[in-house]
Design a binder for this molecule. Structure first.
Ligand code: ZN
Length: 242
């Protein structure tokens, strides 16, 4: 049984559907979602509805909470802020209350799910450096913490001596004596220079993880963003993966 880990879909229906098609070839047992189902993209309702049918294991992202009115948007860039207001005015009442009810973290046997950081999920900090990873490792007990938020896939490993390093391979085996902090990247708005949708597959049976990349119809997504009257930058950045 494989666990499919998705994050930062951001209302990008084409990327979401391409990922679901790609992982339909896996023996997918469960789906985990790490937040930001909405914001930026033109299909928030459709994405929420697909996700609601897929899994109960989902945490809130900052855009989900912003659309639900649960967090400030002062620190959002203008395009992101515009998208939050557009999304809040577009989604159904049922989907709005669904976003309001999303938890900040989900604790499962052996793993923690969180959008931003395990130490202060509600302040939406980013984990890029070894020191930020170190602070994070001190704040969860499980072997693995899966995160999103930065839209940049990265995996940190902490060995039994407490030394933390970055894993550079997109596929690796998890060792029982080590702990892991794994960012699975973004389905709907990658920012690591690779415009393909990103998602993770974890196989508990052989303790393997793989980060997958999937091409999708970026042009169609861009047309929908422009047609919705959302900021054109949100369309153009998809082609660059930035
Ligand atoms: Zn995001």
């Amino acid at each position: 049984m494989r666990i499919i880990i998705l994050s930062d879909i951001h209302g990008n229906l084409e990327a979401f559907q391409a990922v679901l098609e790609d992982c339909s070839h896996e023996q997918a047992g469960q789906f985990y979602f790490l937040g930001d189902i909405v914001g930026y993209g033109a299909d928030p309702d459709q994405c929420i509805e697909i996700l609601r049918g897929l899994t109960p294991h989902m945490v809130a992202g900052n855009h989900d909470w912003a659309v639900a009115g649960l967090t400030e948007t002062d620190y959002f860039n203008p395009a992101a802020q515009t998208a939050v207001f557009w999304t809040a005015g577009t989604i159904s009442a049922s989907n709005a209350s669904f976003l309001t009810a999303l938890p900040l973290t989900i604790s499962l046997p052996g793993m923690l799910l969180v959008h931003a950081t395990p130490y202060q999920p509600e302040t939406w900090d980013y984990i890029f450096s070894l020191s930020e990873a170190s602070r994070s490792f001190r704040c969860f007990d499980q072997q693995i913490c899966f995160t999103g938020h930065s839209h940049t896939p990265i995996a940190f490993v902490q060995d039994e001596e407490g030394t933390i390093s970055v894993l550079t391979d997109s596929a690796f085996t998890l060792h029982g004596s080590c702990r892991y902090l794994i960012n699975v990247g973004s389905v709907g708005q990658p920012r690591d220079g690779d415009p393909r949708a990103a998602y993770g597959i974890y196989n508990p049976e052989n303790a393997s993880f793989i980060l997958k990349r999937v091409p999708y119809d970026i042009k169609r997504t861009q047309e929908k963003i422009r047609a919705a009257g959302l900021p054109p930058f949100l369309a153009s950045r998809l082609a660059a993966g930035r």
